[in-house]
Design a protein around this ligand. Structure first.
Ligand code: 5RP
Length: 251
């Protein structure tokens, strides 16, 4: 049983499309509640997190957030943080973080998340694991009862030499089908920040009683798989923002 708290957000949102307003509200509401001065913060990746960076920038510039340390989960987030004038660090200097805040592609009723739509899942999971608390910020399109209702696949980061065998073995062992994520027809596969490829595993829908933890463990133990976009049992709270303007913190 989850607790739902209505929360407020001071996000200014003139001229934004409804879905962008929701992303911004979720990001600002989470930042307002869980980022304090002195915080060592893991900063996730994606369009929702971009609003979190906006929130951090405002707080840092107006002096409300002092002495924060930001550890990004991707090259792009690092660029956003640098452009915003925020203090950027890494896990070498700060191996223990207070909080990590990230988006998700889908979150089910048990807080199992699919992440990696942007291809940053391995670093996201490393930074999340280094943090004491993990909060997910998401718009209403990510809220699902059963994984797969909202996002069709589990992204899996793989070492390039293992990609062709894995494209065959994952569907053989787990069902569904797999595709190597392509950048463009001319450029070939997407290459992650770590120099790896992404396989999108389209799992079979409507399979009742699926054990996502067992699937995650099997995949993580497969040679050549670096990490999967399944985040299980690590979320402290989810901030969902809805189209009616409300934000709910679900814990
Ligand atoms: C990137 C991620 C993102 O958190 C996820 O794709 C959500 O992105 P957005 O906020 O743009 O919807 O996991 O790898």
């Amino acid at each position: 049983i989850r607790n739902v708290r209505m929360v407020t957000s001071t996000a200014p949102e003139a001229e934004l499309a409804p879905i962008e307003q929701a992303k911004k509200r979720a990001a600002f509401a989470c930042g307002e509640k869980y980022v304090q001065s002195g915080c060592r913060l893991g900063v996730g990746s994606g369009s929702t997190v971009k609003y979190l960076v906006e929130y951090l920038k405002q707080g840092y510039q107006n002096g409300q957030l002092k002495d924060i340390i930001c550890v990004p989960t991707s090259f792009l987030t690092k660029q956003w943080l640098i452009e915003s004038g925020l203090p950027v660090s890494d896990l070498d200097a700060h191996p223990e973080l207070d909080v990590c805040i990230d988006g998700a592609d889908e979150v089910d009723g048990q807080f199992t998340c699919i992440k990696g739509g942007g291809g940053c899942l391995a670093q996201e999971k490393i930074v999340q694991t280094a943090a004491k608390h993990f909060y997910v910020i998401a718009d209403y399109l990510k809220d699902s009862k059963h994984l797969g209702d909202r996002y069709p696949a589990v992204p899996i980061e793989v070492l390039p030499p293992a990609s062709q065998p894995l494209l065959r073995s994952i569907p053989r062992d787990e069902g569904g089908s797999c595709q190597l994520r392509q950048a463009t027809k001319k450029c070939g596969p997407v290459v992650t920040d770590n120099g790896n490829f992404i396989i999108d595993w389209q799992f079979e829908k409507n399979v009742s009683g699926r054990d996502w933890l067992a699937i995650q463990q099997r995949l993580a133990n497969t040679p050549g798989i670096v990490e999967t976009g399944l985040f299980i049992g690590c979320v402290d709270a989810v901030f969902f923002a809805y189209s009616d303007g409300s934000v709910k913190e679900i814990v």
